[in-house]
Design a protein around this ligand. Structure first.
Ligand SMILES: [Ca+2]
Length: 275
């Protein structure tokens, strides 16, 4: 497994009012209740502080890695070992973590939703880390089956691949629609109660609008009836590993809050034709 070292810092988590309005309006025009509720839960946008560095998977967990740990490959898209594993439930991943963490040097776990969004944004405030338009997003994402081998699309500024699309990535947090209005600023870990768990990043099943850095999906892993959402062909994972160092605190957050210039959109200049 390859990991990228992610530094601690504060960032703006969630969607701005403008982004919410932009994506709520078409959903409301079509009278779509589901998108309305999940998009609304992307706000209010707020400042969150990640107080410790951590490692985040450079790639989604692959079928080869799942096979090596669990001895099976549950994926719908059994195409090649470097394809992301899919058809894994939140509970299946608990079993995977239990086995892989028997190695004493490992402390792998789900990323929290805040860790995930911070890693996905990689310093950007745009809708996708590569820009603000659907055209930008579609350079890194396609809404069609099957999945792609991990790492084929361009990485973000943290060197992480496939945060946009490919497979959805389970996070540690539970879901509550009003959580952002009440959440802690430092290292939020989601609401204490709730049947659903969060997935992030969208997938090959989703339009680019549902692969934005702020977009959240709430999936119940505890449905006891036979549900396509318990395991599904777009449900995968990426793992994180904490680093046990002192937290950022009041005396050193000035460093964390040093302003940065978000990479933002790449501006393509036309070739100049002199002479
Ligand atoms: Ca993904």
């Amino acid at each position: 497994m390859a990991f990228m070292l992610i530094p601690p810092r504060d960032f703006f988590m969630g969607s701005s009012e403008a982004e919410l309005a932009e994506f709520l309006e078409p959903a409301d025009a079509r009278n779509e209740i589901w998108p309305h509720n999940v998009i609304r839960s992307e706000g209010p946008r707020r400042k969150v502080l990640i107080t410790r560095p951590s490692y985040i998977g450079k790639y989604e967990i692959t079928q080869a890695q799942w096979q090596a740990v669990e001895g099976n490959n549950p994926a719908e898209f059994k195409i090649s070992p470097p394809h992301p594993v899919d058809m894994v439930s939140w509970d299946d991943i608990q079993s995977f973590l239990e086995k892989v963490n028997k190695e004493p040097s490992l402390k792998l776990r789900f990323p929290t939703e805040a860790q995930w969004e911070y890693a996905a944004r990689a310093g950007t405030t745009t809708r996708w880390h590569c820009g603000d338009t659907e055209e930008d997003a579609n350079q890194l994402h396609q809404m069609s089956e099957p999945t792609n081998p991990v790492g084929q699309k361009q990485a973000n500024a943290f060197g992480i691949h496939d945060m946009i699309g490919n497979v959805n990535e389970w996070c540690a947090d539970r879901y509550a629609p009003d959580y952002y209005a009440k959440s802690a600023t430092n290292d939020p870990t989601g609401p204490a109660k709730g049947n659903s768990r969060i997935q992030r990043g969208g997938s090959i099943m989703h339009h680019a609008n549902y692969c934005r850095s702020a977009f959240r999906l709430a999936i119940s892993p505890y449905l006891r009836f036979k549900s396509p959402y318990l395991r599904f062909k777009s449900h995968g994972l990426r793992l994180a590993m904490p680093i046990d160092v002192p937290k950022l605190n009041a005396s050193n957050t000035a460093w964390a809050s040093t302003p940065t210039t978000p990479p933002g959109r790449l501006v393509r200049r036309k070739k100049s034709h002199h002479g």
